[in-house]
Design a protein. Structure first.
Lengths: 274, 216
């Protein structure tokens, strides 16, 4: 990994060396509640371009909510989120911040791709069209260009032979690799990975993680990753954020977090999962 | 009771006229019910309350009032507002409108059956709403509900004699008219009863075949 050890991630108002505007993702005092349950509590953190950030912590600590906020599947109750310098769930109108319209959200979201725990491939489409559907109908790519791109991606994830199959004809691991190709076909700046191996049979996990490792090391895509695969997290992460009860309680390089955590809660969590 | 084959022969010209009306009402009524039901079901998923609410009120109202009342309303009240339709057109619109509120429920169940992850994947790919519906949600939803829609076609066939009350003489209407002239009820009504089975039974077989093919 890169030689610089400057933490690019500042958590919960910690000092942030990066100049304003240089971060790709910026959470500013974001609070999210479900009823009286506070899932995210005044959360501040940001991610610089090209960084791979892993979110760890016990379930219910707010990790997945962060990905769902970025995907605009849920909206923050307070605070703002910026992606590539643009407000995500808000937009500026006459100098005022108002909740974003669907169109604005969709534009900003084009920078973000997501891979889901349950794959969520389209079962009514063959593998190739799963990957070309959005590039053709959202980005306006020509069919040939989109198919060319899809073939390259399928080669990268090792599924060239399955191009004409339906998702249900594939194993879980193969489906997840198609889902990764589908997300990358949109050329997002950020890739969100939501426990992408949790629904897989154990023997299929390695194949998916290998593909992701390859992407992490060979592209400059920014990754935001929720995972329980600690070895994978250690492998690909520039930064690890430890969540507990809707707050980042500790953050830093994986070497530090995994070997010498400062927070008692982090130690407990890691000893339970490692 | 005696059976007179010559009465059957006399009834035939009227019978075929009736068959034509029945089939027109059934086919066109079904098309309206399928299309309009889909519109209702999608509108009930609209993010706008101003769309969802009126649609819910209208469909509940139509579903919970008798078809017969709706047919009379369309035939006798609409002309007061300047819209006059022929008896057959009124019958087709009435059947289609009435059954659209049932097919809407069928579609709704199909749409609800599409996993929420499919919607989320569309969001993640920034797909616009129209494309999400047409390329992802509806192909999966409709596949599941084709057999249930088929059942409503059969139900509609069995309700089609109601349009005779506004003067669209389908099979049964023709039989009754024949009877009122000849005082022979047995032959025409028997023929019509058999005709209903001849149309409905293959339709239900087709529905079942579709069910086997489409629903895993």
């Amino acid at each position: 990994m890169s030689a610089e050890k400057n933490p690019s991630t500042a958590a919960n108002g910690g000092t942030n060396a990066a100049a304003e505007g240089s971060e790709l993702i910026k959470f500013d005092n974001v609070t999210k509640r479900y009823g009286s349950n506070v899932v995210l509590d005044n959360l501040c953190f940001d991610v610089s371009p090209g960084k791979h950030v892993t979110l760890i912590g016990p379930s219910g600590s707010g990790k997945t909510t962060i990905l769902r906020l970025l995907m605009t599947l849920v909206k923050p109750d307070e605070g703002t989120i910026k992606v590539a310098g643009e407000y995500l769930s808000h937009e500026e109108r006459n100098g005022k911040l108002v909740p974003a319209g669907e169109k604005h959200s969709r534009e900003v979201r084009k920078n973000i791709g997501m891979v889901f725990q349950q794959f969520n491939l389209f079962p009514n489409m063959k593998v190739l069209r799963n990957i070309t559907e959005a590039p053709v109908h959202v980005l306006g790519l020509g069919k040939d260009e989109a198919e060319q791109r899809a073939r390259e991606l399928l080669e990268m994830v090792g599924l060239t032979d399955h191009i004409d199959k339906y998702p249900t004809q594939l194993s879980g691991g193969q489906q997840q690799r198609v889902a990764i190709a589908r997300a990358l076909a949109m050329r997002p700046q950020v890739l969100l990975l939501d426990e992408v191996t949790s629904a897989l049979d154990p023997e299929l996990v390695a194949g998916v993680l290998d593909v992701l490792r390859d992407i992490a090391h060979s592209t400059d895509i920014t990754m935001l990753c929720v995972t329980h695969e600690m070895n994978f997290a250690r492998d690909i992460s520039d930064d690890v954020l430890m969540f507990d009860a809707g707050r980042v309680i500790e953050s830093g390089a994986p070497e530090k977090i995994f070997t010498d955590p400062e927070h008692e809660r982090t130690r407990e969590f890691l000893s339970a999962v490692l | 009771m005696k059976w007179d084959w010559s009465a059957v022969g006399d009834f035939m010209p009227r019978f075929w006229d009736g068959v034509l009306v029945t089939l027109q009402a059934l086919v066109l009524g079904s098309l309206i019910a399928f299309a309009l039901g889909l519109v209702w079901a999608m509108a009930q998923r609209s993010p706008l309350k101003a769309v969802r609410w009126p649609v819910m009120v209208v469909t509940e109202f139509i579903r919970n009032t008798p078809l017969l009342v709706q047919l009379f309303f369309l035939f006798y009240v609409l002309p007061e507002w300047g819209l006059t339709l022929s008896a057959l057109t009124t019958g087709i619109v009435g059947l289609g409108l009435h059954y659209s509120t049932y097919t809407a429920e069928v579609y709704r169940a199909g749409i609800d059956g599409v996993p929420v992850g499919q919607w989320e994947a569309c969001t993640a790919l920034s797909m616009p709403r129209g494309r999400t519906w047409s390329a992802v949600i509806l192909p999966q939803a409709i596949r599941r509900v084709v057999p249930a829609l088929g059942n409503y076609v059969i139900a509609m066939l069995k309700d089609s004699p109601m349009i005779a009350v506004i003067g669209a003489l389908e099979m049964l209407g023709q039989a009754r008219q024949f009877t009122s002239i000849t005082f022979l009820p047995t032959e025409p009504i028997t023929v019509v009863g058999i005709a209903f089975i001849v149309i409905a039974y293959p339709a239900s077989l087709l529905t079942r075949a579709l069910e086997r093919r489409l629903v895993r």
